[in-house]
Write a protein of this length. Structure first.
Length: 198
């Protein structure tokens, strides 16, 4: 919507799954969740900073970041699947509320929250304005850089959530997870009616 594309989401999801699984035995279940989300959000911020500060194309930056992160994940964690210690992730993966899987409920809840943010908050309205015409948004006094960075952070955060859902459903983390998820994300955006140029 803001005119940027994040092609690193698959690599971020894979890396966050590894972070969650490897940190859980040392810090516990909830801190490992938070650590994975913090890492993924920080990676989104790095993407945003490179795009905004260096004024580079987001497709090139995030494609390069995704390739680098996949390589980093293989260097740090190898190509093996890392089984989660304890049953907390698997328990959440199997959890059903009124017959509906927890992952489906989480997806629907996040969809409602994100839709609300886009439609009813200053950040959401400004995001549409930036995608409509960046220079006009700047002329109107909108802090374009701040909103773009927030959106990249949000993209990284959501990729981290995806990585955690993979751990919950598979009970493990791996550098090979979420391959080609960025293509799924783009297809979902296009089918949802959003123009890729904002």
């Amino acid at each position: 919507i803001s005119g940027n594309i994040d092609l690193s989401v698959g690599a971020v999801a894979a890396l966050s799954s590894c972070v969650a699984v490897l940190t859980q035995p040392y810090v516990g279940f909830v801190p490992s969740l938070l650590a994975a989300l913090a890492v993924s959000t920080a990676l989104g911020l790095v993407n945003g900073l490179i795009v905004e500060r260096l004024r580079l194309n987001s497709i090139i930056v995030t494609l390069a970041m995704g390739t680098a992160l996949h390589g980093l994940a293989f260097i740090l964690f190898g190509s093996n699947t890392i089984v989660a210690k304890g049953s907390e992730y698997a328990d959440l993966g199997y959890l059903k509320i009124a017959g509906v899987s927890f992952s489906v409920i989480l997806f629907l809840a996040l969809s409602v929250v994100i839709a609300g943010v886009l439609r009813f908050t200053v950040h959401g309205i400004n995001t549409f304005a930036i995608g409509g015409h960046r220079q006009a948004a700047l002329d109107a006094g909108i802090n374009v850089q701040r909103h773009v960075l927030a959106n990249f952070c949000l993209s990284g955060f959501m990729a981290g959530v995806c990585g955690l859902l993979l751990v919950m459903s598979l009970g493990a983390g791996s550098a090979t997870f979420a391959k080609d998820y960025e293509l799924w994300a783009i297809i979902a955006v296009v089918l949802g009616g959003t123009r890729l140029r904002g």
